[in-house]
Design a protein around this ligand. Sequence first.
Ligand code: SAM
Ligand code: DTB
Ligand code: SF4
Length: 366
Amino acid sequence: MGEIRELNGVKTVIRNDWTREEIQSIYNLPFLELLYKASTVHRMFWNPREVQQCTLISIKTGGCTEDCGYCSQSVKHKTHVKPTPQMKVAEVVEAARRAKEAGSTRFCMGAAWRELGNKQNAFRHILDMVEQVNGMGLEVCATLGMVTPDQARQLKEAGLSAYNHNLDTSPEYYPKVITTRTYEDRLQTIKNVREAGISVCSGGILGLGEADVDRIGLLQSLATMDEHPESVPINALVSIEGTPLEENNAPSIWDMGRMIATARIVMPKTMVRLSAGRLSFSQSEQALMFMAGANSIFNGDKLLTTPNPAFNDDMDLFNTLGLMGKPAHKKPLESPYEIDQIVRITHSGVDDHGNRTFTQEAQVLA
Ligand code: SAM
Ligand code: DTB
Ligand code: SF4
């Protein structure tokens, strides 16, 4: 068994052998118990005042040959999105500069492709973007559809920090939402990325019409990987006119809270990102999701093709909640063993007057 941490009566250990029954019993805890457990686990691995700010940019929009039932960018759906050519390297680098100036520490570039495939020219430009944005000290993430081991290796060499490739839902529900590729295809790209030494970002969506068991199935797929994804985005469906899911409602705050809290408990070292659909939730509902263990957001007025809360509203929310941005490349809290077997987890939280840091202690049991 690995290192066990315990804090305030909540025990945790990093595990990769979660069963669906175990995850279900966490997911179904009385809501406030679930929240308490999740926020306690959160504090054992992360400074709860730090929330990562990521900026998303669509470097190539629309015209995608996949048929993901939720997506505005598929050629199979008639939506408001007009396909546009790939952005120029200089434009993307300029957007990254602005994102950094606004306090973002991760820059995520999305392209509406089934796969990177044989797009040699486009790939050369992307490698250039990755190199330049990495050179600015930002974490760089890309989401370009399926990639081969060799493409993943080249992205790594260019300085890519993370690759986003979502599993979206359970293996059973997946074919009801997407028919043009399989769950296995998704897992293969994730494996290629992992083997190239790139951090994995993989999560899902709530609001596809899935049942609780599918949400639990998604969490099981993620939490039983040999290494947990370094980040797990939890998207709330933004229903798009013209897609098969246009009539679906956004998930409730209770469903989002349960999903985020369960993800936090089964994958304690993972960044849990509150992703698409934040506009469906009030600021106090978003606060609840931070309490449940979310510690990352996308900032900026736009995601890929849908709106996101205004930057100033997010700054107000951070001020109200006493949150601060997470520095780039900062990992989960270490727990240096001390001779007396006490792990001291020091949170570098400084209050608004700059004069208080707080310390918590967790006992090492193994
Ligand atoms: N084409 C790439 C792919 O599918 O991997 C990358 C971009 S894709 C837009 C990334 C993720 O965004 C999807 O896997 C899905 O989880 C999420 N997403 C897309 N459209 C959404 C919507 N309308 N509402 C909520 N999440 C959405
Ligand atoms: C993820 O899980 N969510 C982001 C990111 N990965 C690429 C994308 C959200 C897209 C929301 C729909 C849109 O703006 O088109
Ligand atoms: Fe294409 Fe990604 Fe949209 Fe699916 S989610 S249709 S792969 S852009």
